[in-house]
Design a protein around this ligand. Structure first.
Ligand code: PEP
Ligand code: MN
Length: 263
């Protein structure tokens, strides 16, 4: 079902008046994690001012260490929704439990399935059973074929509103957090009809190269870029080293826009 052979036209994900895929690429931004009301409102206000229409923010955080901040859970989804409603933004947030998928539909516009859960088949099936757009992240060590099979799980249950996002894969290279596989973008665009985004934050983990990597992704045909933004990254409860503050984000955005590739 995901194959270009099956469907020639690009799938377009429609979030109200925001379209993803098949047209001008979009910029998705927001904090790694929802931490509190003030933090999310500050991000939402800043994104709104910058012309951003879709905000991300994790409420269920799959952390490597059990002692790290795990997110605010459902309360976090409510905080995200309230801020998004106030500023007229659409939202994306990760869900990790199949039992939370239906509940999440009330609070968010796009269900994110994280890299660690790309092959959590019960979660994929649950996401396939609802009629809500899904943003599926590439697994930490997933091949492109495995990535497409994971998407197929969702489509095969009837939910055709799926977007893919390359977020870097694990290699021997230590200069970046993961290795951004730019080649995955044109390959995925050729092989399937789903929108393809690139997460510059989790792939590179390096603010100093977000802009060139975002431009490379757009030049390779990406339908969108995702980046993490926090009012005060130094005190962020997760990914402190790789979130942009508002000034850095605005500079990043205008840098990427100079390419003429962003909508
Ligand atoms: C995220 O986007 O919040 C996240 C945890 O990323 P990933 O699943 O790609 O590690
Ligand atoms: Mn993060």
């Amino acid at each position: 079902l995901v194959s270009r052979k099956k469907q020639k036209e690009d799938t377009i994900i429609s979030l109200g008046d925001v379209n993803i895929g098949g047209g001008k690429p979009i910029m998705v931004a927001g904090p790694c994690a929802v931490e509190n009301v003030d933090q999310v409102r500050a991000v939402a206000a800043s994104l709104k001012q910058a012309g951003i229409t879709v905000m991300r923010g994790g409420a269920f955080k799959p952390r490597t260490s059990p002692y790290d901040f795990q997110g605010l859970g459902i309360e976090g989804l409510k905080i995200l929704k309230d801020a998004a409603d106030e500023f007229g933004l659409k939202t994306i947030s990760e869900i990790v439990d199949p039992g939370h998928i239906e509940m999440a539909c009330e609070y968010i516009d796009v269900i994110q399935i994280g890299a660690r859960n790309m092959q959590n088949f019960e979660l994929l099936k649950a996401a396939g059973d609802v009629r809500k757009p899904v943003l599926l992240k590439r697994g930490i060590a997933a091949t492109i074929e495995e990535f497409l099979h994971a998407a197929e799980y969702i489509l095969s249950r009837g939910n055709t509103q799926v977007m893919l996002i390359e977020r870097g894969i694990r290699t021997y290279e230590k200069a970046t957090r993961n290795t951004l596989d730019i080649s995955a973008v044109p390959i995925l665009k050729q092989e399937c009809h789903l929108p393809v985004l690139v997460d510059v934050t989790h792939s590179t983990g390096r603010k100093d190269i977000f802009a060139p990597c975002a431009k490379a992704a757009l030049a390779a045909g990406a339908d969108g870029i995702m980046v993490e933004v926090h009012p005060e990254p130094a005190i962020a409860l997760s990914d402190a080293a790789q979130q942009l503050n508002f000034e850095e984000f605005n500079r990043f955005l205008s840098n990427v826009k100079e390419s003429g590739l962003l909508g």
